[in-house]
Design a protein around this ligand. Structure first.
Ligand SMILES: [Zn+2]
Length: 384
């Protein structure tokens, strides 16, 4: 019975993703047709250069539309008095603290091709309502941006000169902005189970989250981007410390401490934090425990820990990579070396860029390869 329910749910998820993909594709075909119509009408746009411009414009429209969406989140955050730590659009990320840094990193995908990392400055700002306002800021900016674009472009669309061409470009931007609105207002979750803006708003309205969970998400977001606790607003660090020092610390506090040790390449501290989780904590920290078991060469225990994580509620790229190291060890030890090597190569490939987090996970993988995991992975097949 549960099997059928699971399959039905997986099918629904696929159908939902397909529907979004269909709407977005139709929208962008509209954009292309609009541009083609504009070029036929235009005295300015002709020849090969005109065609080339035509086919790159839809791509150029999406980047500014994503930027507008993310700025919507950022402006809403500032209106709520929050600090905006980082804004990413595609592979470009802008850090605002402690000083302005512009860098490129692997695209985080996620929210309409971009990402904003905001956090409350003071504890009284960490309210449900402000969280909803910050999340709604993006889709609102996308809708307003699209409406403005269509309104501005409309009078000049028929023009044969530069005004007509400019109107077509603004029109394409409008369609890209509608695309951003669709991607964030049509309820979907990504492969990691993270909901888009509307899902997060609905969840925030429906659920009463554990305040510790709220704080661990801010802390984890900050540390994932290389902001160490000394740089955080004091109340975030304080809440995490209180949680971690309590009799029953949350998994989130342990994850933050683990990630902090990892990004500082303090692997002994990381190992000390990767002890067997409590019975109540059968989620994400089991991955850490599985990794430690693989480092110790106890592949049976690692297998057991990984089996217990079914249904873990929290997923993040780095956590999945720690899990992957454990899984490679388990597979190699069980004799499934082809699969293990395949996963090893894919993990190495995923760690190509030199962000602090990737460097830390690479070092973790190197450590494992020098230990029992490396031995199991490279052992020659037994002679039959
Ligand atoms: Zn958004």
């Amino acid at each position: 019975m549960r099997g059928i329910q699971k399959r039905a749910q997986a099918w629904l998820t696929k159908a939902n993703h397909f529907a979004v993909w269909l709407v977005v594709t139709v929208l962008n075909i509209f954009a292309l047709v609009a541009l083609l119509a504009a070029s036929r009408n235009s005295d300015v746009l002709n020849g090969a250069a005109g065609l080339l411009l035509l086919f790159t414009l839809p791509l150029l429209g999406l980047a500014p539309a994503t930027l507008l969406h993310e700025l919507g989140h950022a402006v809403a955050a500032r209106l709520c008095g929050w600090r905006v730590w980082i804004i990413c659009v595609g592979p470009v990320s802008v850090r605002f603290s402690p000083r302005l840094i512009i860098e490129t990193r692997p695209s985080l995908g996620g929210d309409a091709g971009g990402f904003v990392l905001p956090a409350p400055r003071r504890p009284e700002q960490a309210t449900k309502l402000r969280k909803i306002i910050v999340t709604a800021g993006g889709p609102i900016a996308s809708i307003v941006g699209a409406a403005l674009a269509f309104w501005i472009a409309a009078p000049w669309v028929e023009d044969r000169g530069w005004e007509g061409l400019l109107a077509a470009v603004i029109y394409v931007f409008g369609i890209s902005s509608v695309t951003c609105a669709v991607l964030t207002l049509w309820p979907t979750r990504d492969r990691r189970g993270v909901g888009n803006d509307i899902v997060q708003i609905l969840d925030a309205m429906r659920l009463q989250p554990d305040p510790r969970q709220v704080y661990f998400r801010y802390a984890l977001g900050l540390i994932e981007f290389g902001f160490q606790p000394e740089e955080w607003d004091a109340h975030v660090a304080r809440e995490i410390d209180v949680d971690f020092a309590s009799a029953t610390p949350s998994e989130g506090a342990r994850l933050v401490a683990f990630l902090q040790a990892l990004t500082r390449h303090d692997f002994e501290r990381a190992r000390a934090l990767a002890i067997k989780p409590d019975k109540q904590q059968l989620g994400a920290t089991q991955y850490l425990h599985a990794w430690r078991n693989v480092e110790d060469g106890d592949f049976a225990a690692a297998d057991d820990a990984l089996a217990r994580t079914k249904g873990a509620g929290f997923h993040s790229a780095w956590l999945m990579q720690v899990r992957e190291i454990a899984l490679i060890g388990v597979l190699a030890a069980s004799g499934d070396r082809a699969d293990a090597k395949d996963r090893y190569n894919r993990l190495r490939h995923a760690l190509w860029s030199s962000t602090p987090l990737n460097r830390a996970i690479s070092a973790l993988l190197d450590r494992a390869m020098q230990g029992p995991l490396g031995v199991a992975l490279n052992a020659s097949a037994p002679v039959a």
